[in-house]
Design a protein around this ligand. Structure first.
Ligand code: SF4
Length: 183
């Protein structure tokens, strides 16, 4: 078997939905090579060859496969987490088994949307960024018309976790974080 174990390592509160959880699990081998094959067969997957990583949306859950790790959010409970892990293991192993029949896809098909970004902004609509709402700022950030550090709020300790997730996503999609000269 290509992947034998995906081990649940950490369960945390979900950033996007406080009623749900998120988790991190470790994979017992590097699965980088198989990600373009999964990208080819799973509808709506977002592959980033620079990381590399592959994000899948399944039943409203956002699941990202990294070379040796899986991270997922909007998970109902630990049982649900284990079900997602089993399902991912099956997808990875099936794609590996069928790799000679699948044409690997190295393209990133889905672009980051303002809603993706908005969900990770503070959501206070404080206006400090010069925009009337977090959604208006999300549109600008997604279009590359504003840098992340224009939102002072997200750099406070309160939003540390959201900031880290958003920074990772922005980095993986090649977005600008800071204007030149900004700290
Ligand atoms: S500064 Fe940040 S929290 Fe305030 S409105 Fe702008 S994006 Fe929202």
């Amino acid at each position: 078997m290509y992947v034998n174990t995906i081990k649940l390592e950490k369960i945390m509160e979900c950033i996007a939905d406080p009623e749900r959880i998120r988790f991190v699990a470790s994979i017992d081998r590097d699965v980088s090579d198989i990600l373009p094959y999964i990208n080819s067969v799973v509808k709506g997957a977002i592959y980033n060859k620079n990381m590399p990583s592959l994000t899948i949306t399944k039943g409203g859950r956002l699941i990202t496969i990294h070379p040796r790790e899986v991270a997922a959010g909007k998970i109902i409970d630990e049982r649900d987490a284990r079900k997602v892990i089993d399902c991912l293991k099956k997808i990875i192993n099936d794609c590996y088994e069928r790799r000679n029949e699948i044409i690997p896809d190295f393209e990133m098909h889905r672009k980051l949307t303002p809603l993706d970004v908005y969900k990770l902004l503070p959501g206070t609509n404080c206006g400090k960024c010069g925009e009337p709402s977090c959604m208006a700022f999300a549109v600008k950030l997604t279009n590359g018309d504003a840098p992340l550090n224009q939102c002072e709020e997200i750099f406070s300790d309160t939003f540390k976790e959201k900031r880290e997730v958003l920074a990772k996503i922005l980095e993986s999609t090649g977005y600008q974080f800071f204007h030149e000269g900004a700290s």
